[in-house]
Every structure is written in C-alpha cells, then in structure tokens.
Design a protein around this ligand. Structure first.
Ligand code: ADP
Ligand code: ASP
Ligand code: MG
Length: 418
C-alpha cells in the first residue's frame, strides 16, 4: 500500500469538531487507497498550559519531569483522533511515543531520534488497520523515560515517520495555507510561496519562523522527504500549499526570500571580563553545560582595553531565549564562585527581539546588509547586535519595534512582488 504521513498542528485539533474535520481529511486519503500515519499535536494552548504548570512548580525544574508532564497533551489528541476515525468506520489505532517505540537520546526537552522501529505499526497495517495515529513531539530514552523534542516538535515526528516508513509525502496541515515570505499574521503583505528551498526554510525556521520546526526541515533535506505545508481548514489537493524542495526545483530567484523574527530573546552582557585566552571557553562552557542555548555572541572591546596587555578587560555580550535568563545567570554565578571567570556585573535586557532576512541569493549579491540597515534606520529602529552568515543577516532590536521592522524589511526587499 502507498503510505502518507499527515500531521495536524494544535489549532487543527483544538476541539472535537476540528478533530473531526482533520479526520475527514484522513478519510479522504484512505478512500484514495493510502495507508496513513497521522501525527498529532496537543490541542492548541495545551502545551503552554502544561509548561506553565511545570514552571509554576519549579523554576529550575528537572527536565525529566518537564517531559513527563508536557507529553500528556499529545496523548489526549492521539486517542481522540483514533476514536473519531473508528466512529467513521476506519480501522485506526493510537500510539504514544514509548509504544512504537520512538527511541530518542536522553536530552530532555530537546531530544533527538535514535531509531523508529517499524514492526509494531507495520504489523497493525498488515492486520487491516488503515491508520496509525502517533502522538507527536515525544519519544522514550534508553533509560526508559519519556522525552520531548523541543517546541514545535510534532513537525519533526512527522518527517521522521515519513522517512522511516518511506512515505510518498509528508503533509503538514496547519492554520495557514502555506509558507509565506514572512509570518502573514504580522505582515498583511506577506506572499504565499509555491516552493521554497530546503536551505532557506532551514534558516527561516531556525531564525524563528515557527511554521516548521528546524529539525524537521533538516531531516526532510537529509532523507529526501517530499514535505508540504497546507491548510487544515480549506479544501486541499495534491497541489495545495507550499512544497519544500531542492534549490534546483525553484525558478523564482530573489536575493532575499523571507523575513523571520524571534520575539522572546534576551541580551546578556558580562561587564568587564578579563581579555585573555581561555575566557570565552570559561564562559560558554558552563552555559552549554547548563543547557543554555546561546545564539549571537559579541565581544565588545572596552575603552580601557588597547591590545591584549596583562590586566586588559572586555565585555562579552550574548543572546539567549528569554526563558533561559535565570539558568544563564545561575551558570555564570556558579562559574564565578568556582573561580573560572570574573566579572563586575551581568546585565540582562529581556525586552529584545531578533529580526532576520534570509535568501540564497545573498551568496552572490553585495549590499544586502546596507539595505537592511537603511530600512531599519528610516524607521528609527536602533540595532543592538548584528550577526551574519552566508544566507542570512540578523539583528537584535527592541521588542516593541519587532512588527514594524518585519514590515519595513518586507517592503524594502519587495517581497510582496513575485
Ligand atoms: P501548528 O500548531 O499547526 O504546528 P504553528 O503555530 O506551529 O502551527 O505554525 C503555524 C504558524 O506559523 C502560522 O500561524 C504563522 O503565524 C506562523 N508563521 C511564522 N512564519 C511563517 C511563514 N513564513 N509562513 C507561514 N506561517 C508562518
Ligand atoms: N505541542 C507541542 C508544542 O506546542 C509540539 C507541537 O505542537 O509541535 O510545542
Ligand atoms: Mg508547530
């Protein structure tokens, strides 16, 4: 039997009638002759609620217990989806991660797949079941504990199943009808793309475009999964939505193809650290060990510092997700107490956001940064930190200007025009 993976995100399974609507989409594919693996998210808002329960109980929580709590959301929708399909006369069975088992590393809260054995699910298909409903976002570690894959992880579950089962396609059903030049919820001029290259989607996702989890794009690229994003609320067919594909398949070529943002960033500065070999390692080693996701890094040359004479000092600035500020502070205080580093002060600015422009065309085009900075300056938006790579430029700015910055950049690079 040909097989499809269909993934439904939180808003697509937000209540019983939406689950029914999603089940009808599955029914249609079954009627076309497919076996289907359905990956479900938790009902929208559910994971946030569970996370707030954890954070309300323990500030520096044990990540194993975080996973034990937050996996619950997907378990509910998996069972409900299987029940709804059964009500429609479709033989369906639900699976939690450990039942498959979806084997992952034990990096709780950001686990990675180790293996997805097919036997149990293949066996059920062989018995005549048409649909396997699998709880997204979760797995089980070698120690037998529940794990999660990081926020938005059901996308990655879907792609991993598509790869493991050799699915014809991996369809990601969501609350928008495709991938846009930027988040259509904050820029009304955002334009839907027919196709987008893996590399560009990878950058957009890692820079905050949460329409797909970064890791899902990585996996799709590696295992050549046909990955599509489409609406769960509209009638759809094989040509709906946006296809994520190889660069070579795309005719349209713009220098910048999308704008991404990440709202919940924090900028942290260690004031007056010694300027000597080994200091960066003494700072970022403990941060990594504490599980802090450091993104941008800038080493400022302090006025007191000319060259690297003994006693020279510098400031070290880095950005982290805003909910990891406490963790980062603790890691730095511990490192100072242990005599690894010394600093006067750790300043945290928790009111910043990151805005980025992405495009493969940047590889061969100069002046993109200048154009970006010009567009921000004409809106009077101050840039706090800049980071660039081959196909992206990111800036950290005050969070209150984030929407304005996205719109200004979308206009400046004329992304509304095909
Ligand atoms: P789901 O719950 O289905 O996984 P998400 O909320 O995780 O859905 O992702 C879909 C959302 O991603 C959209 O509602 C949209 O606001 C946001 N988004 C951000 N950037 C983009 C983009 N470039 N194209 C489409 N949607 C985007
Ligand atoms: N429910 C999880 C989250 O909200 C996983 C997902 O929806 O992809 O992050
Ligand atoms: Mg999502």
């Amino acid at each position: 039997m040909p097989l499809l993976v269909m993934k439904f995100g939180g808003t697509s399974v937000a209540d019983l009638s939406r689950i029914e609507n999603a089940a009808k989409k599955v029914q249609r594919e079954v009627a076309r002759g497919y076996d289907v693996i359905v990956i479900v998210s938790a009902m929208s808002g559910e994971t946030n609620k569970l996370v707030s329960f954890v954070e309300g109980t323990s500030k520096l929580y044990d990540a194993r217990e975080y996973d034990a709590v937050v996996t619950a959301g997907e378990n509910v929708t998996a069972g409900l989806m299987a029940l709804r399909l059964q009500e429609m006369g479709i033989p369906a069975r639900s699976w939690q991660g450990w039942q498959v088992p979806i084997n992952t590393t034990s990096a709780h809260g950001s686990a990675r797949f180790v293996s997805i054995p097919r036997d149990h699910i293949d066996q059920k298909f062989a018995e005549g079941f048409k649909v396997a409903v699998v709880a997204g976002f979760q797995g089980v570690s070698a120690e037998g504990r529940l794990t999660t894959l990081g926020r938005g992880g059901s996308d990655t579950t879907a792609v991993a199943f598509a790869a493991a089962f050799g699915a014809e396609r991996c369809d990601i059903y969501t609350d928008v009808d495709g991938i846009y030049t930027t988040d259509p919820r904050i820029a009304s001029k955002a334009r839907k793309l027919e196709k987008i290259a893996f590399e560009e989607m990878l950058e957009l996702a890692s820079l905050g475009a949460k329409v797909l989890q970064t890791r899902s794009v990585e996996l799709a690229m590696r295992y050549k999964v046909r990955l599509r994003v489409l609406s769960s609320f509209e009638d759809t067919d094989e040509n709906s939505g946006t296809l994520v594909c190889d660069e070579e398949e795309i005719m349209e070529s713009k220098v910048v193809s999308g704008v991404a943002y990440s709202r919940d960033e924090a900028k942290m500065t260690l004031v007056t650290v010694e300027d000597r070999p080994g200091v960066a390692s003494a700072i970022f080693g403990p941060l990594a060990e504490a599980g802090v996701n450091v993104d941008m890094i800038v080493q400022n040359i302090s006025e007191k510092n000319y060259g690297s004479h003994p006693g020279a000092v510098t400031d070290m600035t880095f950005s982290v997700p805003v909910n990891q500020v406490a963790r980062a502070q603790k890691a730095m205080e511990d490192a100072r107490s242990a005599g690894l580093i010394n600093y006067d002060e750790l300043v945290a600015d928790t009111e910043v956001a990151k805005v980025s422009v992405v495009g493969i065309g940047m590889r061969s085009q100069v002046g993109v940064a200048a154009k970006m900075f010009q567009a921000l300056s004409s809106e009077n938006i101050n840039i706090k930190v800049i980071a660039t790579s081959e196909i992206k430029i990111s800036v950290l700015i005050d969070r209150k200007y984030m929407e304005l910055a996205v719109q200004a950049l979308h206009d400046a690079f004329e992304l509304d025009k095909a």
